[in-house]
Design a protein around this ligand. Structure first.
Ligand code: KG4
Ligand code: ZN
Length: 334
């Protein structure tokens, strides 16, 4: 059997990552340089600083990745790269690197949608069984997607305003937890209980979400309590927020599973690392007799391994780019 080995590049936000992946699911080597410590002091990612750091890091990451895999660029069959969505300056660094390698070594160039990457991180765990529902929960997305075959994405619904990761990060900031707030809320919630009453966002029959209201409710609550001279119990507030948003996400995901005769639920994106979401979906999948795939924690947040997995299926779906490939900061998954 002929194998396909892809060198994949991810630089859409603040991680410079490269990976070599075989046949869409076997990770040979991955190297990721995170800039979290640099952006932490600003409370969020600063785009200009991110792109400058990608420029400094990219050749180092490439050398390290090849060394770790004990391979040369000549040994790979294609170059996969995230072309969007993401920060344009950051995306451009990865794209320029991919185009240069593709041109010099005469390898096909495969454009990968960042969210397709998050979805295909699940191939590291198991085979896809269609039709499936992909629940995408990241810093920029909260989407329910129906997949009837590989690399085909039908949007059923999603957030109308803030993404779930964004809501986690903003609520964390309000209660003085450092960036990125999602993992901090996850951790501190374990010490609290659901004592604060918060509004359940978009508790209707649609597949859509809205998280800006609950974020504002948390801001108002903190403000009002401070004005009354009361202390906020951070752990209880984090837990109340988390249980409310995970509850609505789980409810709508289950509705999508039931209404579309689904064989499998797969979860994707940085917030898939959340322990309460993982536990809730594991229980729900069991109760509803549907198979569940969730990537290992380290593959939930941005990494090039997932791009290497997705690139294999993009290539099989004839998605190739030429040297005019450009960054697309805002792009629907299609
Ligand atoms: O997928 P990702 O790495 O970047 C985007 O493509 O957006 O997701 C980053 C988001 C951040 O908002 C971060 O706070 C959140 O994922 N996140 C978490 C956890 N780990 C990362 N949110 C809740 N619980 C976690 N354990
Ligand atoms: Zn991401």
């Amino acid at each position: 059997m002929k194998h396909t080995t892809i060198l994949a590049i991810e630089s859409s936000c603040d991680e410079t990552s490269m990976s070599i992946v075989k046949d869409g699911h076997i990770e040979i080597a991955t190297v990721t340089l995170s800039q979290i410590d640099i952006h932490k002091m600003y409370g969020g990612v600063v785009p200009e600083i991110a792109s400058r750091n990608h420029i400094e890091n990219i050749t180092i990451v490439l050398d390290e990745c090849l060394k770790k895999a004990n391979m040369k660029i000549e040994d790979v069959d294609a170059i996969g790269v995230t072309y969007g969505p993401g920060l344009s300056g950051s995306l451009l660094v990865g794209i320029q690197c991919a185009k240069t390698l593709s041109y010099i070594y005469n390898k096909p160039l495969i454009p990968v949608h960042h969210i397709a990457g998050h979805i295909y991180a699940n191939r590291l765990v198991g085979e896809f069984k269609f039709p499936l529902i992909a629940l995408v929960v990241s810093g920029g997305h909260t989407d329910i997607i129906l997949m009837e075959k590989d690399y085909s994405f039908k949007y059923l619904g999603g957030t109308l305003d803030d993404a779930i990761g964004e809501a986690y990060d903003k609520v964390a900031r309000v209660i003085d937890l450092p960036y990125p707030g999602g993992p901090r809320i996850d951790k501190i919630s374990k010490e609290g209980s659901h004592t604060y009453k918060l509004p359940t966002p978009m508790n209707d029959d649609s597949y859509n979400f809205s998280f800006s209201g609950i974020k504002s409710a948390v801001i108002n609550l903190v403000h009002n309590e401070h004005q009354r001279g009361n202390e906020i119990n951070k752990a209880d507030l984090a837990c109340s927020f988390q249980e409310t948003v995970v509850g609505i996400i789980a409810k709508k995901t289950m509705k999508a599973i039931k209404e579309n005769n689904i064989k499998q639920l797969i979860v994707a994106g940085g917030v898939a690392a959340n322990s309460y979401l993982r536990e809730t979906l594991t229980n729900l999948a069991k109760e509803n007799n549907v198979e569940l795939l969730i990537p290992p924690i380290d593959y939930c947040t941005d990494n090039a391994t997932m791009i290497g997995c997705a690139a294999f299926y993009a290539l099989n779906s004839d998605k190739k780019a030429d040297l005019t490939l450009n960054a697309v900061p805002v792009e629907k998954l299609k």
